[in-house]
Design a protein around this ligand. Structure first.
Ligand code: C5P
Length: 289
């Protein structure tokens, strides 16, 4: 287990000493995925959304939240790129950040992050870099909700009608009121999460997220409201959605006219007709007159 420095010294400038309190929270940002489904020719976290990468956007959100130790888990061979993104996002909080090398599964990557925690940390959040647009308020809400032995995850309601399937046959309905879509960051008391990871390592079971691993160790997990912007960038369509949200690309218009092209905003003037049948007795009322 690593010890934190006794105080923070600005990188390359020993005169710039800051007496920020050592945070009791750490955020492990797992960014070591290969991004096979994104098929962008680079590890997913280093793919650009706009002028900034997925990892940079995720770290901007993390550093906009309350101060925490930030551990970036990078793909092997790309630690230097991750370090550059960390430095750029951290600003004056660069001393809180550290890059470690990830593993070949998400679970191993989280374990690598856990091994780099400072001694004073009592609360750990695990966040997918791929959820690059997660608002800082969600991160702060998870931190605030972690208490005692309970793990916290942000979730969204499931809005689609779901079916159980058997090949191409519909086997039956699924009661969606029992379901929720899980997001990150997921937050846990540090000691219990570390113990749960040790158990998972011993059993050899791979869990789909940290909440499942934590629950398998016998602990309760509670949900708080997630945010639609916390979606995971997995496919090229997800990347396009992120670009729309950042305003990098305009949504395609259903129909573009010469007037639209010349004047995309502002008032428009035109002529139209509205026809109604006469009926019944009494005076004629037209446009309320
Ligand atoms: O692959 P998936 O999209 O589920 O990954 C979720 C997050 O876990 C991503 O941010 C990805 O970079 C990270 N990951 C990792 N190490 C792996 C696999 C995934 O850090 N071996």
């Amino acid at each position: 287990m690593l010890r934190h420095p006794p105080f923070f010294v600005g990188a390359g400038n020993v005169n710039r000493v800051s007496m920020l309190p050592v945070p009791d929270t750490a955020i492990i940002v797992v960014a070591a995925g290969s991004g096979t489904r994104l098929d962008a020719g680079a590890p997913k976290a280093l793919v650009g959304i706009d002028t900034h990468s997925i990892l940079r956007h995720a770290l901007d959100g993390v550093f906009a939240a309350a101060p925490a130790q930030v551990i970036v888990v990078a793909p092997a061979g790309f630690e230097g790129d991750a370090e550059s993104e960390l430095q750029a996002a951290a600003g004056g909080r660069a001393d809180l950040g550290r890059v470690v090398t990830g593993g070949d599964t998400r679970q191993k990557s989280v374990a690598a992050g856990l091994a780099a925690l400072w001694g004073d940390v009592t609360r750990v959040l695990v966040h997918d870099a791929a959820r690059a647009l997660t608002p800082p308020a969600v991160i702060d809400a998870v931190v605030a909700a972690v208490a005692d032995e309970v793990g916290i995850i942000p979730t969204l309601p499931v809005v689609d009608t779901l079916k159980r399937v058997d090949g191409d046959l519909i086997a039956g309905p699924v009661d969606r009121s029992e379901l929720a879509a899980a997001q990150t960051p997921q937050g846990f008391p540090r000691a219990l999460l570390e113990a749960a990871y040790r158990s998972a390592l011993a059993s050899g079971v791979e869990y789909t997220d940290d909440a499942a691993l934590y629950a398998a160790a016998g602990h309760a997990v509670r949900r708080i409201p997630g945010d639609a912007r916390g979606f995971k960038i997995t496919t090229p369509d997800d990347l396009e959605r992120a670009r729309h949200l950042l305003g990098v690309i305009e949504r395609p218009a259903l129909e573009t006219t010469a007037v639209d092209a010349a004047s995309p905003t502002g008032p428009r003037v035109g002529l139209g007709t509205d026809v109604h049948a006469f009926g019944g007795d009494g005076a004629l009322w037209l446009a309320g007159l």
